[in-house]
Design a protein around this ligand. Sequence first.
Ligand code: GRF
Length: 212
Amino acid sequence: MGRMRVAVMASGGGTNLQKLLEAFPAGDDSDAPARVVLVVTDRPGVGALERAERAGVHTEVVPPSDYPDQISFGDKLNDLFAGAGVELVVLAGYLKMVPTNVVSAYSNRMINIHPALLPSFGGKGMYGRRVHEAVIASGAKVSGPTVHFVNEEYDRGLIIAQSAVPVYHDDTPEVLASRVLEQEHELLPLVVELIASGKVEVEGGRVKVART
Ligand code: GRF
């Protein structure tokens, strides 16, 4: 099969997107199993857009507030994804809720990366600095990123992969965030590679990842 066509949704600086652009270039000369064909942000002027433009990847800014309701916002996203032949949607630091008509259209074909070990320290409003504040406040000794399939419940989709980093007693949220982000940059491209290589399957509500 051809290289899996990937859309990335982002809201901010796009360092996770950058790693995906490097691992899965748009050009035809790459033999990577996937290619990023579209980057969608919810607002203009963010680093993710510059990174996509520099990589020669088509970008679309789709502010949810431009639409009267979630479903019409979702219809717009679905039209964009269908138009680009998107087979996998990756939420990489995307901060808005994904409409249910998009989640259902991409069931088990939409993934998100969360900067903590779900199901702990997740859910509505748990993003950015406050995730790491909660981890530190809890006294947990490990943290790390989770990549999971997206379903209707925030941060509750089936977990695909995680990796752990230590939490030190004198960690600040910023220091922990950067330690976790380093791991995100490894984990997200790895999971996209596994999915594009047909090594991830969902069976009976369980995620099976082939042992590489
Ligand atoms: C980071 O905070 C990361 O933990 C989470 O969303 C943010 C993405 O950062 N996934 P970036 O825009 O990819 O740099």
